[in-house]
Ligand binder design. Structure first.
Ligand code: SF4
Length: 466
């Protein structure tokens, strides 16, 4: 290994050339919160004199920002570490570090696994110490780590290093979670809930507006419980909507317990607050909901849906569902199925239950629903949901919507423009004069379960909303 310069994140080159910055390859897995955290990490390490690269061959350090929400996500990371070591080979080693939820969830297992040879790990509240953690790994070899969880760290003083490839900027307004749903590792991997201050968030959003972002999506594990003194989440959204250049505000993920009338009233009248609510259901049986510690009954969830729809007609509703939670019977799965059919979500993320080490569910309940039953349930529910999604999307044919044009991402569209409706539905459009960030009026002409198709309208303002 090349010699390390203690004062900077640089390495001295043996042939006498000046020291160069340490090169970091950062890979991100999992949720949008991890994407946001990776932007924080970039910002912190650039300030600490590191350089980011895209090519594994030229990297000195590889950092994997990881997810621990499902077993599958963790196994993927183990596979990737082995792959990286294999590609680089014995003669061309590099330092590998694990960040994010896996770092806190599997700290000991990661560091003790001789086959993996992880050099350092850092939990979600330790990113400001990364320079020192990497240095220590470089100087002393593997087992440098910091996974201390903080009750205060919100990274308010770090402006994320975003790579501007979108009209949307994600803004984490809070960190951690206090809800302790029994299946979830987040309260253990990300710690207690903390809100950023109103002023600090406003400063970030104003800066984003000045950089050309048209939409912000407020992020938090329990986003609608955000507060700062007397100010609640609805107040925050109202304040952001007054920033002229910001056209749209979205948020994810809320908990059904935190939907006061003030929030729904704001969504009903404020044209900048998008009428899309992702409202995790998780299960339709009261017994399973109680075992999950979701703190609502199925009927209360349905009453909330009714209230949302009465205040916000044409709202787009999406959800998360877990099938095969411990002891879930066929009848209890049918409860979930009935709610899916009754509500008619626009789309749903449906998962098989995955037991997570350290959670209350793992300690208290045996993972006793067979994989075959979980598969049967997920296949059936996905089929039902796909039919509902198609019907929901087809109902838009002939309607007009305001669509925010987005940059075309890889694999998204060939010779097409893409955008999103207020309700977050993807729309394919003919290539036109419009550019990303433009808000255009579109008539929907076709629909599939995955997207809408439309053509530009040039008359009939103002825009209709879903
Ligand atoms: S609300 Fe529940 S599922 Fe969501 S992050 Fe918190 S504990 Fe996990």
């Amino acid at each position: 290994m090349d010699q390390h310069n203690e004062n900077n994140a640089t390495i001295a080159i043996p042939d006498g050339k000046p020291a160069r910055k340490l090169r970091v390859l950062l890979e991100t897995y999992g949720c949008q919160m991890n994407e946001y955290d990776s932007q924080l990490v970039r910002s912190i390490l650039i300030k600490d004199n590191f350089e980011f690269v895209d090519d594994l061959k030229t990297a000195d350090v590889v950092v994997l920002n990881t997810c621990a929400v499902r077993d599958h996500a963790e196994r993927k990371i183990f596979g990737r570490v082995h792959q990286i070591r294999h590609i680089r080979g014995k003669d061309n080693p590099l330092i590998i570090g694990i960040l994010g939820c896996m770092a806190t969830h599997l700290r000991k297992a990661l560091l003790d696994d001789a086959g993996l040879k992880i050099d350092f790990i850092a939990g979600p509240d330790s990113y400001k110490n990364l320079k020192d953690i990497i240095r220590e790994a470089q100087a002393k070899g593997p087992k440098s780590f910091d996974v201390t969880l903080s009750e205060f760290e919100t990274y308010s003083d770090v402006y994320p290093a975003r790579q501007k490839e979108s009209v949307n900027a994600w803004v984490a307004i809070m960190r951690g979670c206090n809800n302790f749903c029994t299946f979830c590792v987040v309260p253990y991997t990300r710690g207690r809930e903390r809100s950023r201050t109103l002023d600090n968030i406003m400063e970030e959003v104003k800066r984003l507006a000045s950089e050309g972002f048209k939409q912000v999506t407020l992020l938090g594990q329990n986003v609608n419980s955000w507060h700062d003194g007397p100010h609640d989440f609805a107040y925050l959204m109202g304040q952001i909507s007054q920033i002229k250049e910001i056209e749209r505000i979205r948020f994810t993920s809320p908990h059904p317990k935190d939907f006061p009338d003030s929030l729904l009233d704001l969504m009903a009248v404020n044209p900048k607050v998008c009428r899309h609510i992702h409202l995790p259901l998780q299960a339709g049986s009261d017994r399973i909901l109680e075992m999950m510690n979701r703190t609502y009954k199925a009927q209360e969830y349905l009453m909330l849906i009714d209230k949302i729809r009465s205040k916000i007609p044409h709202v787009v509703l999406t959800t998360d569902i877990i099938v095969g939670f411990p002891t879930e019977t066929d009848e209890e799965f049918e409860d979930t199925r009935r709610i899916v059919e009754k509500v008619g979500f626009d789309s749903a993320f449906i998962f098989k239950y995955s037991q997570r080490q350290g959670t209350i569910a793992a300690k208290k309940y045996k993972d006793d629903v067979s994989d075959a039953d979980k598969t049967k349930r997920i296949v059936l529910l996905n089929k039902i949901q796909q039919e509902i999604t198609l019907q929901k999307n087809q109902a838009h044919i002939g309607q007009t919507h305001s669509v925010l044009i987005e940059p075309v991402l890889e694999g998204q569209g060939f010779n097409k423009a893409v955008g999103r409706t207020d309700g977050n539905k993807l729309v394919y459009l003919p290539l036109g004069e419009n550019k990303p960030g433009d808000l255009v009026r579109v008539k929907i002409t076709d629909a599939s379960p995955h997207a809408l198709k439309g053509e530009y309208c040039y008359s009939g303002f103002p825009f209709s909303r879903e």
